[in-house]
Design a protein around this ligand. Structure first.
Ligand SMILES: Cc1ncc(COP(=O)(O)O)c(C=O)c1O
Length: 331
């Protein structure tokens, strides 16, 4: 099967901001985009994006998961990057129109249609290193996907990184390309030197997130994860799993978690850890690498509570359980 995110639907929805207003959205070929080589995004990284999914239900309908949350985060990222403001209802319509156009290509579960709204600064102005772009472009790419971590039910190895950080602390809640570029070097090093799957960034011992997912510790009937602040991405999956955990009567603790506490708790039998994200869904973490040592989380295997939470989330997404929080939008 093709790697996650490498197959695209042949058309995308696109709209341009000319400094005054947004153009009407159009469907255009998704294989190229014409930009001036001096475009603001190519020099000063004025870019943000989103990732959400549409799911096919047994009745044939196609349903997008928590689109309102992704639209709100897209608008927030655009604002915090000083990009032109997006009109969320226009962007919502672009998403709905694009998914409707390719509704018959939405894979059956466990696959889905990954939706990638993108917003970039287009002004040809290389003198604007310290000034915002006046013009921009947003487009909606679609990519049919299967499972992100192709290992199925194997567990992940995470390197705990205390010295560096994923991105500048004030950038964490912005979903912007520069943040991912900033994390690549430590991630690549950890993969090559320690066969780690991901790096769990823990600046100054504070357990934060990985390069592309949030981190949850599950100890008995308690889920522990970092409380929201501006230093990391506020995952929609994180919020959904915490809501489902509360619905199941579990205790949810959003608070600081230190590396010391993490390692202490992880050593207990039955303790579980997982990564949450639109792509990762909820994937078990089996091993933590820290200062040259390897620590198993619980027994190192896939956690039963992790599986239960993931199944409950998938059941809602796949239309197999009641959508009691109104998370799905039918296309
Ligand atoms: C850095 C980072 N943290 C967390 C997440 C999880 O966010 P979400 O659950 O909204 O996909 C992502 C994206 O998947 C991410 O890139």
């Amino acid at each position: 099967m093709a790697a996650f995110g490498t197959v695209f639907m042949p058309e995308m929805a696109i709209s341009w901001f000319d400094g005054t207003s947004w153009s009407s959205a159009e469907m255009v070929s998704s294989d190229s985009l014409q930009l001036h080589p001096g475009a603001h995004v190519l020099h000063y990284s004025s870019t943000c994006f989103e990732g959400l999914k549409a799911f096919r239900h047994a009745d044939g309908s196609v349903n997008i998961f928590r689109m309102d949350q992704n639209l709100a985060r897209f608008a927030q990222s655009s604002r915090l990057l000083s990009l032109p403001a997006i009109n969320t209802s226009a962007t919502e319509k672009m998403i709905l129109d694009a998914v409707a156009r390719f509704a018959s290509d939405v894979p059956e579960p466990p696959g889905s249609m990954y939706i990638r709204p993108t917003h970039i600064g287009t002004e040809p102005a290389i003198g604007k290193a310290a000034a915002p772009t006046q013009t921009s472009c947003q487009y909606i790419l679609l990519s049919p996907v299967g499972d992100y971590f192709s290992g199925g039910d194997t567990t992940l190895r995470l390197l705990l990184e205390e010295d560096g950080m994923r991105c500048a602390p004030h950038m964490g809640m912005i979903k912007s390309g520069g943040n991912y570029a900033s994390a690549l070097h430590p991630i690549t090093k950890a993969k090559q030197e320690l066969q780690a799957d991901q790096v769990l960034f823990c600046p100054n011992g504070d357990v934060q997130e990985t390069g592309a997912a949030n981190f949850l510790l599950i100890d008995g009937d308690e889920v522990i994860t970092k409380a929201l602040d501006e230093s990391f991405l506020h995952g929609v999956t994180r919020d959904s799993i915490l809501t489902i955990a509360r619905d199941m009567g579990m205790k949810v603790s959003e608070r600081e978690l230190s590396v010391t506490e993490l390692l202490e708790r992880a050593a207990k039998p039955g303790c579980e850890a997982a990564l949450s994200g639109t792509a990762a869904v909820l994937t078990s973490v089996g091993t933590l690498l820290y200062k040259g040592n390897e620590y198993k989380v619980g027994n190192g295997g896939v956690g039963a509570t992790t599986l239960k939470l993931r199944q409950a989330l998938n059941d809602i997404q796949w239309g197999k359980a009641e959508d009691k929080h109104g998370w799905l939008t039918r296309v």
